[in-house]
Design a protein around this ligand. Sequence first.
Ligand code: HEM
Length: 387
Amino acid sequence: MSWPVIPAPPGTPPCGEPVPDPDDGWVVTRHADVVAVLTDPRCVVPVAPGGPPGTLAWLRGTVSRFSAPDRHPDRRAIGVAALAALDPDDLRAAAARLTEDTLEAAVRLTGATPDAVATRPPDRPAGETLDALATRPGTGAAGEQAVPRPAAAERRGPGRVDVMARLARRVPLEVLAARLGLADPAAAGAAVPAVAAAYHPGADPAVVARADRAVAALLALSPPAPPEVAANRIGLLVQACDATAGLIGAAVRHGRTAPAAVSTVDLLAEVLRLDPPVRATRRLTTAPLRLGAREIGPDVPLLLRFDAANRDPAVHADPDRFRAGRPGGTLTFGAGPRGCPGERHALALAAGVVDVLRRRCGAADAPAGYQPHPTLRIPTSLEVTVR
Ligand code: HEM
């Protein structure tokens, strides 16, 4: 099999000794250095201060993700227990079903038949559109999946679907929300991106205000539970939101260049390594430490670049080449005591969506662009034609 090269996304630094970060602190790019920091108790996550109950600030101050080392294990255990009750095979099957339903609705609403779609030039403007295909809150009870809904303001051709809006940003959240017992999975799933948009520090006040309303909505939809439990269950949805969407987008994009025989699981693994939806994470030193040849002092921010470390030639021979089944894996889910507890779930949800897209859709267009974000890489939109 001939394996393609996937060049590093723009802005990926080269792999080497830690270098000064123009903003502050150090940028860490080697695989061994990133793992060393992630597993070193002298390097901590910047802690969120908290805020009035039921607000975004409260959520940030209560989830494990931004908790101080003394609170982190108990809070993480809440999320881990909730995830342990979810079967990845069931998530994958549910994500595939909802994806199928969405594509069916797209074809039905636009009047496209498989033949019509196959013979239509992909970029021909069409009279019939997916205008009616939108996500509006469903009305199903917990555990049900809402049928895809009509949307406004889209001008596409028959059978054309924006993978990001219709599937990647929606299906994983709706499936997870249903399995976590939220009362209206479609409404819950639709509220999560507003929280995710303000989850990391620096969001502007209007975005925070929208996130406050979305947190209140998610709490109202959550099953009764002590506040810390409810917060950490909502935290699962928020953590899942952008990264899983970005993974689906990247898999659809690179599915064009990867050999067709590659399994979806292998496709996702290499896409996570070569075009990670989470490009980096942050830590703060609490004591002096040595990284490679560098002595780093206390109270120094570190930016850990997964995108660079995933291409470290010390771990991956011919690192820019997509090759299924590589040993060494990816750092994109982090490592150590704060590494992603949702890895298997993320892969299952993404695989469910991508399996169906690979079967039912032609080659995707190039992404329209990427959301501006310092550490995430999420396509703004990515269109496919349903076969
Ligand atoms: C492709 C998808 C995903 C990627 C790449 C990803 C990546 C990560 C990374 C890198 C971290 C650690 C950040 C750090 O150490 O600073 C993390 C944490 C976390 N992730 Fe994920 N994640 C994904 C999907 C999910 C999903 C689907 C869930 C839940 C269902 C989830 C739940 C969490 C939680 C709760 C944390 C915080 C863990 C803690 O506080 O110890 N993630 N994720």
